[in-house]
Design a protein around this ligand. Structure first.
Ligand code: RP5
Length: 164
């Protein structure tokens, strides 16, 4: 049986520094994942072939990061019916506003779950993928809940430090 995993795609290796936040979250939850540099514009045939192959091999969620005219997530969503999370990268003169609109403004029937521009979005893409997989994985669901509780405690500790 195909082993479940998350595929993390990015339009360029220049997106990788931002996308390290996604990879860190997936590692935190011990989620199997692959990283692939492939572009909706520069390598459309390779993108198509990778998505079809990854789906066959057990990919459950695609995370797609791109900057500028960021069509990677939308292009992938047009190929697969697995959930697609889009991360708009803030590496251009419009500081990711272009990428946000290119990622989120999908036509009805072909959804992309777009997260925030830049590093917060990259982090949330990892958490959102974990939450999607957790629907069918009780151990992962518990780990996600524990991580959320840990982050609440960290905020409370910072507040407590301010009160002394
Ligand atoms: C997009 O163009 C990529 O996702 C990247 O964010 C942007 C610039 O790519 P490079 O010119 O740095 O390769 O397709």
């Amino acid at each position: 049986m195909a082993k479940p995993f998350v595929a993390v795609l990015m339009g360029s290796d220049s997106d990788l520094p931002v996308m390290m936040a996604t990879l860190d979250v997936l590692k935190t939850f011990s989620i199997e994942h692959e990283v692939k540099v492939t572009s909706a514009h520069r390598t459309p045939a390779a993108t198509h072939a990778y998505v079809k192959d990854a789906e066959q091999r057990g990919c459950k969620v695609f995370i797609c990061a791109a900057g500028l005219a960021a069509h990677l997530a939308g292009a992938v969503a047009g190929i697969t019916t697995r959930p697609v999370i889009g991360v708009p990268i803030d590496n251009g003169p419009l500081r990711g506003n272009d990428a946000l609109l290119s990622t989120v403004m999908m036509p009805g029937g072909v959804p992309v779950a777009a997260v925030a521009i830049g590093s917060a979005g990259a982090k949330n893409a990892g958490y959102l993928a974990a939450q999607m997989l957790a629907v069918a994985d009780d151990a992962l669901a518990l780990a996600v809940k524990e991580e959320r509780a840990k982050s609440a405690l960290a905020v409370e500790a910072k507040d407590a430090a301010l009160q002394v």
